[in-house]
Design a protein around this ligand. Structure first.
Ligand code: 2M8
Length: 426
């Protein structure tokens, strides 16, 4: 049983209580009800939160995720440790035939960055650290094989869920090419937990399920998915996060004296940097998605555009253009960073990844600015994140215009980002 340190009071104490309430022993759930299983990038952020309460518990969070790695190296986006009828699509709908049951796609690879942070603070070392590092390397190599667009080096996603930014407007056009007319009847569960105005539409869900059925039809053969999925879209979010994760992994491998691993990572990193470059949309002056099947590009700035700094690849004119977008958006929104450009007609203040601000993405964007030495922009994001929680509590996401808390309550990754980053004391 984790004891909450006496020093944690107010919102910090609440954050710790949320992490404890969402703790299922070896893993955490993002929130009770809406998301009753282990999610991939949520867990990496959760580990950072637990690290302020109990280092051992933080490491176990990452180890339980690592335990679900597929033989091909993929770490899946959901691990269904225990049955729960409250979520759809559950293990039966995915049909991946794994033990423990999992989904059949992946999610943004924050894992190695979390391992590095725990290692830097002395919370994991020796054989345990080596195993986590090897797991991360196999997963990163999997991205190179099963998700890298050969022509550009960009990392593509075969499902919007794989990006973590499920109903981002960038997916609208590529998704319209996915035929959902034959999708089997199904019952959504999310709308029993959260108002429909904050969630993806039925049309989007039909296409999400059509892609799940497609994955099943190829037996979740990940290379076939890359070659044949009707949806394969280069994503600046996943690409940038992987670039940063590779850098963290290289440092860890160096620390372990594994020169061969460092060499392999450096080889992959060069391709990835070229891939991120290929995701630059000259028309809007920002990183955006690239529809690898259809050829189109994402039509506006998204929060992930700013991850060019996090990846350490936005330089010169690109950096200037991103900074100008940042300042424009900062003038429009009381609370940064909206997931989608507030000047776009597709902006929707409440609907999930089509407008709301998310603390985890804020954390990554701010780290990028800090990395570039841009303390002012990093501070604006952190101050806004702190205000969102101070005023609204620990929700899944927030309106960037009013700060209204939205989506699921008592949310693990928001509590974790408070403890690890947003609160005054860290
Ligand atoms: C959301 O995604 C799940 C599907 O994976 C859903 O809506 O059912 C996204 O915000 C995703 O990024 C996140 O990992 C997950 C759990 O918090 O919820």
């Amino acid at each position: 049983m984790i004891a909450i340190p006496e020093t944690l009071t107010g919102r910090s104490r609440e954050a710790a209580e949320i992490l404890l309430a969402n703790d299922r022993g070896e893993f955490s759930v993002p929130t009770r009800g809406l998301y009753p299983f282990q999610w991939n990038w949520d867990s990496a952020f959760a580990a950072l939160g637990y690290s302020h309460l109990d280092g051992e518990r933080a490491v176990r969070e990452l180890e339980s995720l690592a335990g679900a790695q597929w033989p091909d190296g993929m770490i899946p986006h959901i691990v269904f440790h225990r049955p729960d009828p409250g979520y759809f699509p559950g293990p039966e709908a995915w049909g991946t035939d794994r033990t423990p049951p999992t989904s059949g796609i992946s999610q943004p690879p924050v894992f190695a960055t979390a391992v590095r942070r725990l290692a830097d603070r002395g919370l994991v070392s020796g054989e345990r650290l080596r195993r986590l590092v090897e797991t991360a390397e196999r997963w990163h190599a999997w991205f190179g094989e099963a998700r890298m667009d050969e022509a550009t080096g960009a990392i593509g996603v075969v499902h919007p869920w794989e990006s973590g930014r499920d109903n981002l407007p960038d997916w609208d056009v590529p998704l319209s090419a996915v035929d959902a007319s034959g999708v089997k009847p199904y019952q959504r569960r999310d709308l029993g937990h959260v108002d429909a105005s904050m969630r993806p539409t039925k049309d989007q869900y039909d296409r999400f399920m059509a892609l799940v059925e497609f994955g099943q039809s190829v037996g979740w053969d990940q290379k076939r998915l890359k070659a044949e999925s009707p949806f394969f879209v280069g994503d600046p979010g996943v690409t940038a996060i992987l670039i940063r994760a590779e850098r963290d992994l290289a440092d860890l491998a160096e620390g372990l004296g594994d020169a061969e691993m460092v060499k392999r990572i450096r080889g992959r990193a060069e391709r990835l940097a070229a891939g991120m470059d290929a995701l630059w949309n000259e028309e809007i002056g920002a990183y955006a998605t690239l529809d690898i099947r259809g050829g189109g590009r994402g039509p506006a700035v998204s929060a992930a555009s700013f991850l060019g700094f996090y990846a350490g690849v936005a330089r010169g004119a690109k950096a200037a253009s991103l900074n100008a977008h940042f300042d424009r958006i900062a003038g429009r929104c009381r609370y940064l960073m909206p997931s989608w450009d507030p000047d776009s007609p597709l902006f929707d203040e409440k609907r999930y990844w089509r407008g709301p601000a998310w603390l985890v993405v804020n954390r990554l964007i701010a780290a990028g600015f800090a990395w570039e030495g841009d303390e002012a922009r990093a501070k604006r994001i952190r101050d806004d994140s702190r205000a969102l929680v101070a005023e609204g509590g620990f929700y899944e996401y927030y309106s960037p215009l009013t700060g209204a808390p939205l989506g699921g309550a008592d949310f693990t990754w928001t509590a974790a980002m408070w403890l690890d980053w947003a609160r005054e004391e860290v």
